[in-house]
Write a protein of this length. Structure first.
Length: 67
């Protein structure tokens, strides 16, 4: 789980890179599910989506000058 304090210390480029990586991982998990119809670690999908949402929230705050 990503900590918001750590995320706020990063630059926008670093945050974008992390969002891109998480999106790729989410895509891979969804692809695995569509092929096999089962996941070995289904909790990871939800956790990664929440982490991506945290990253995007911090990015938006930084873009608006609030963070």
């Amino acid at each position: 789980m990503l900590e918001v304090k750590e995320l706020k210390a990063q630059t926008l480029d670093e945050l974008r890179t992390q969002v891109r990586d998480l999106s790729r991982e989410i895509f891979e998990i969804k692809t695995e599910f569509s092929i096999t119809r089962k996941l070995e670690k289904p909790h990871l999908l939800r956790a990664k989506k929440r982490d991506r949402a945290r990253l995007m929230t911090v990015m938006n705050q930084k873009a608006q000058g609030k963070g």
